[in-house]
Design a protein around this ligand. Structure first.
Ligand code: EPZ
Length: 430
């Protein structure tokens, strides 16, 4: 099994440039379906989730030219299928982002019902409810969602029960060419949604208010392909900022907009972390003990759930106790049991994690519970006593390009390795 091995205690300092945002790039790639022709995407992260989305688009009939590892030329002229296979949706639930663009272009779509994942059930009931309001009819059978628009798509006012990122994005992408005006109330406000709306508007759409709780989409005729640069990844940036905060020595993180991490930077300052903001970068260091600080995750501009795990690692070494409340996903505390193996003192009570700071962590064998938890474990290894071996690192590869290499460039003693895994015995092979 491939693992990441870290030897704690080395100074970690220097500069790191983050890639384009995973949670924007995936939707921008899907949105190219709605604009037949060749769209060029720049600053695309070279991560496995992007590779899977590429497979989905190719399965639909698109052609993809990898100009260089961060630039894709996607030709959707000949997209003539509207069915995404289960095996790809099961690999990555973000494949459901093709639902809106397929409906916009073909008036129909077949998407496998996404399975859950280990951070939660990941339902798409809000996507379906919203799209039904626009005139989409759904049938679910054999695990597939069949969408059709017998009477075309018409604008409607849709109020989301929760500011769902995916539902907001699918509704925007489905309604760009609907007859009339669509209003999404209680829309998600994430910067990745603003990036998607910007590209769609460059393509000829008429989307107003992206980034606010009320988004208005005025239906237009055709969309045309464009060249668009993906917004910087605020969560990859936040992960390296958390790393600098944890290890103490200064790290400058470039390639993103610090305004996209507003509350994280404010909370980190409360935790005794020094932050210097620039236009497109942040320098972080720490020369005093971490102050325990309560955290509640919420949709943007609230504290991002995708920074919860990295912050739990920080708070596990604070001088005192605090509470982390996870309001977005129902099961996103699996990191706690792995950190406990390293000596952390964390108790889970439903949506709350009670974190009692300890003086230090000790290296151990642990497993990535999910994408951000995996990164948080590598971080913990950087300051733990001795060696930490992290397994299931495919989770990390989904969302971090060259994570190990970037940490090595900052001076960390971290490397890939492979370990023999004792296969679970089948029967008594004593
Ligand atoms: C996006 O997921 C991101 N993924 C997630 O990042 C991120 O954590 C999340 O937004 C919140 O910011 C991508 O963009 C690919 P939601 P998404 O719809 O769209 C429930 C990472 O680490 N819900 O805002 O799925 C849902 O189960 C990943 O990069 C419904 O119940 O998030 C969840 O509990 C992890 N019904 C909550 O809402 C629905 O119809 C938020 O989901 C839709 C969502």
């Amino acid at each position: 099994m491939e693992v990441i091995q870290v030897l704690g205690g080395r100074p970690v300092t220097g500069e790191v440039l983050v890639e384009g945002a995973k949670n924007s790039a995936l939707k921008l790639m899907a949105a190219t379906i709605a604009a037949p022709g060749v769209t060029t995407l720049k600053n695309v992260p070279d991560i496995s989730d992007v590779h899977v989305m590429g497979k989905v688009l190719k399965r639909l009939g698109a052609k993809i030219e990898v100009v260089n590892k961060h630039e894709l030329r996607i030709d959707t002229t000949d997209v003539d299928k509207w069915e995404t296979p289960y095996e790809l949706v099961a690999q990555m639930r973000a494949s459901t982002a093709v639902l809106g663009p397929l409906i916009s272009r073909f008036g129909k779509a077949v998407v496998a019902m996404p399975g859950g994942c280990n951070i939660g059930e990941r339902k798409i009931d809000m996507h379906i409810l919203g799209l039904e309001a626009l005139g989409v009819e759904f049938k679910v059978d054999h695990g597939n969602i069949h969408a059709s628009t017998p009477n075309g798509l018409h604008g409607e006012t849709v109020t989301l029960a929760f500011a769902s990122v995916g539902a907001t994005e699918n509704l925007i992408m489905a309604s760009v060419r609907a007859r009339g005006v669509t209003v999404i109330d209680n829309a998600a406000r994430e910067p990745e949604i603003v990036d998607l709306a910007n590209m769609l508007n460059e393509m000829g759409a008429d989307i107003r208010g992206a980034g606010t709780p009320v988004v208005e989409i005025h239906g237009v005729g055709e969309l045309h392909p464009v060249t668009h640069t993906v917004v910087g990844d605020r969560i990859e940036a936040g992960t390296f900022i958390a790393t600098g905060a944890l290890c103490g020595a200064p790290i400058t993180v470039r390639g993103f907009d610090p305004l996209h991490l507003g509350l994280v930077l404010r909370k980190y300052a409360q935790m005794g972390i020094s932050i210097e903001r620039g236009e497109r970068e942040v320098t972080v260091w720490r020369d005093r003990p971490l102050v325990p600080t309560d955290i509640q995750t919420l949709p943007f501009p609230g504290f991002p759930t995708d920074m919860q795990a990295q912050t739990m690692t920080l708070l596990s070494l604070a001088k005192g106790s605090c509470i982390i409340t996870e309001n977005v996903f129902e099961n996103r505390f699996m990191l706690a049991s792995e950190l406990r193996r390293m000596g952390a003192d964390i108790t889970i009570e439903g949506h709350h994690a009670i974190v009692h700071g300890v003086d230090g962590l000790s290296g151990a064998q642990v497993k990535s519970p999910d994408l951000r938890g995996g990164a948080a474990l590598v971080m913990a290894g950087l300051v733990a006593d001795g060696y930490t071996t992290i397994g299931d690192i495919h989770h990390i590869r989904r969302g971090y390009e060259d994570f190990v290499e970037k940490l090595q460039a900052l001076g960390a003693d971290v490397r890939y390795n492979t370990v023999e895994v004792e296969e679970a015995p089948l029967g008594w092979d004593l």
